[in-house]
Design a protein. Structure first.
Length: 245
């Protein structure tokens, strides 16, 4: 397993706040809206889906199989399920999975949530058109093993999305000192700088899986305004899209 017990316990403590868009998870709610548009647009481009239909909630992702690894409270899983995708959400935190299931049931949204490590809760035959690893690689003990496991779940022609934080001096100042200690938009201890992952490390880890990066972009978050936008600077938050060569 690549999950870390201390990280699981920390997310268990935060699980009740997942769907409070004004609480500790507010930055994730803001970032999730931006990332949803990005993921849908990339799917439309690479897999030939109708972006307009998906964005308008007209089942533009109907029939698509999506795996959300480290799904947390289900913010992205539920949003993609609303657009017609069949979504499997996997998380190692019992609190996260419980919160995700409860909210999906309250909204009458079908998401297949599973508690545990992907190697344990997915059958060998299960493969997906899209695999998401959003804000999770910086919380696992073995990034290369985690990414290899995620990549192995891709169906031929599939896509892997990874969003995380770069390991730079700027990210230490912005994402930890600023976000957690000065502005307190994230709970203290949310991140460990040494566990942040550089974009080139993602590419190197996924090279044995024959996955190449097809898009890389930075994300800027303005804490006082709670706004997120894409930018060219990937030295703090970024998202990368990979597909088979």
């Amino acid at each position: 397993m690549t999950a870390i017990a201390a990280e699981i316990e920390r997310f268990n403590r935060l699980s009740a706040t997942w769907w409070d868009s004004r609480g500790p998870m507010r930055p994730l709610h803001v970032a999730n809206a931006l990332r949803l548009d990005y993921v849908v647009a990339q799917i439309a481009s690479h897999l030939g889906r109708d972006t307009a239909n998906a964005q308008n909630g007209l089942n533009g992702l109907n029939g698509l199989r999506i795996l959300d690894v480290g799904c947390g409270g289900g913010l992205m899983s539920e949003a993609l399920a609303r657009l017609g995708a069949h979504v499997v959400g996997v998380d190692a935190s019992p609190g996260n999975v419980a919160a995700a299931r409860l909210h999906a049931e309250s909204q009458n949204i079908m998401v297949d949530y599973r508690l545990g490590d992907p190697t344990e809760v997915l059958s060998p035959q299960e493969h997906f058109d899209v695999v998401l690893a959003l804000e999770v690689v910086e919380h696992v003990s073995d990034v290369s093993a985690f990414l290899a496991t995620s990549a192995a779940r891709l169906a031929p022609g599939g896509m892997l999305f990874v969003s995380t934080i770069d390991r730079t001096l700027k990210s230490f100042i912005v994402a930890i000192v600023g976000a957690e200690y000065l502005l307190r938009v994230l709970p203290r201890g949310t991140h460990q700088w040494s566990m942040f992952v550089r974009p080139e490390e993602l590419s190197a880890a996924l090279a044995p899986s024959d996955l190449q990066i097809r898009d890389l972009r930075g994300m800027r978050y303005v804490p006082l305004l709670h706004r997120a936008s894409w930018c060219k600077d990937t030295t703090v938050n970024y998202i990368a899209t990979f597909s088979h060569t």
